[in-house]
Design a protein around this ligand. Structure first.
Ligand code: NIG
Ligand code: FE
Length: 391
């Protein structure tokens, strides 16, 4: 067994729930890792001997970011759609069809290479766990292929056959739902941990609440955990559906009613509200009031939603900066949401915190304090420090 002692940590941010902000900040501390698990945390002067040493020379050590929502398996480019949106065109999900075309046309090797590039980009910015969805294949073979690619990079894979109704099924929504809940789910389930639906009753492209319920229940019957895209384009019943079905996470939450906030607060850890501020940034949508959610007692996560349509950013640091500048979170609350919060959204307790027994998945910040994540927006201060294979 190889052991490593990490010394020279300027600020150790454990996110262990201690202290007024839950960040459990320590100075003068060292961390010892055995293989891929954290073995010891304490004052550097009493650190046990180890096989090797990493000296951070005053840099900050935090838990690796957990990006609990991404769509990394796709081909093609929608830069022109982004330009149109910045000029005032609204986002309605219609552009997804062009990514479906490009993804179907790409080879499995091309898709894997594209996804690998995006995962490497995330690692270089401090993300050590990423959830990856399918959803740009939308045939049995193409969804299966997308999940096989995703599975090369993470255990947190999500079947999103219910992303949009693809063009060839537009005249027969019921037929497409039968395909998703039947042969597509059967092919996807062995390669997926989760099932997700783009639930947006106001959109002709996405799915209504009863359609979403049917897909999620079929996924649950096949052993998958539940997640939901909801309340992104407008208010609606999606958030309440996620809570009712005890989905691990309901994502976007851009438009929330008072009743939604109360229900999320009552749900506590059962359903986490995952906020995706890069989407509001890239679609000109209003930012949800994250401070209001925390005041109400809602458990909040932060993720990138990295995808070619609504947010082509892989940077968790940028999400933290946006959550602080635009959603009312303190830097401490934003970091907690991007680590512990996102881990909870994946129902994981072995990541997102620097505690004994957890995975030794860290991020190093080239700065004296975690505050620089928000204080220096757009500057790549964070990078991953992984002791084992990412899971
Ligand atoms: O999470 N809202 C649905 N799906 C993605 C966007 C997909 C796309 O536009 O390509 C999202 O925002
Ligand atoms: Fe998404």
């Amino acid at each position: 067994m190889t052991s490593t002692v990490i010394t020279g940590i300027g600020e150790l941010v454990t996110c262990d729930g201690r202290g007024p902000d839950g960040l459990g900040i320590r100075t003068g501390a060292a961390v010892v890792v055995n293989e891929e698990r954290i073995h010891w945390i304490g004052p550097a002067r009493t650190a046990p001997a180890a096989d090797r040493q990493i000296d951070l020379d005053g840099r900050t050590l935090i838990p690796g970011f957990v990006d609990s929502h991404s769509h990394l398996v796709f081909a093609g480019d929608r830069g022109a759609e982004f330009v149109a949106r910045m000029a005032g065109e609204p986002y309605d999900g219609g552009g997804i069809a062009s990514t479906v075309d490009a993804t179907r046309s790409a080879s499995a090797d091309e898709l894997a290479a594209l996804a690998a590039g995006r995962v490497a980009e995330m690692r270089a910015q401090g993300t050590t766990t990423v959830e990856i969805k399918s959803g740009y294949g939308l045939t049995v073979a193409d969804e299966l292929r997308s999940l096989e690619v995703a599975r090369q990079f993470t255990t947190e894979t999500t079947f999103l056959g219910a992303h949009v109704v693809p063009p060839e099924w537009r005249g027969d929504r019921a037929g497409y739902l039968d395909l998703i809940t039947g042969p597509m789910l059967a092919a996807a389930a062995p390669h997926a941990k989760w099932i997700d639906v783009f639930c947006e009753p106001g959109s002709p492209h996405a799915f209504g609440v009863e359609e979403a319920r049917a897909v999620l229940l079929a996924g649950r019957a096949s052993g998958l955990g539940l997640r939901l895209h909801a309340n992104q384009l407008g208010p609606g019943p999606g958030v309440q559906l996620a809570i009712e079905l005890e989905a691990a996470s309901v994502d976007h939450c851009t438009y929330l009613s008072g009743a939604d906030v109360d229900a999320l607060a009552d749900a506590r850890e059962s359903t986490i509200a995952t906020l995706l501020p890069g989407v509001e940034f890239c679609t000109h949508s209003p930012y949800p009031d994250a401070a209001r959610l925390l005041r109400a007692g809602v458990s909040v996560a932060l993720a990138t939603d990295c995808n070619p349509g609504t947010c082509y950013s892989s940077s968790m640091s940028f999400m933290i900066a946006l959550a602080v500048r635009e959603m009312g979170l303190t830097p401490a609350q934003a970091l907690y949401a991007a680590t512990v919060g996102s881990a909870r959204a994946l129902r994981r307790t072995d990541i997102g915190q620097i505690v004994v027994g957890a995975r030794a998945d860290f991020a190093v910040i080239e700065a004296p304090s975690y505050i620089h994540l928000a204080y220096r927006p757009g500057v790549p201060t964070a990078g991953a420090l992984l002791m084992g294979e990412a899971q």
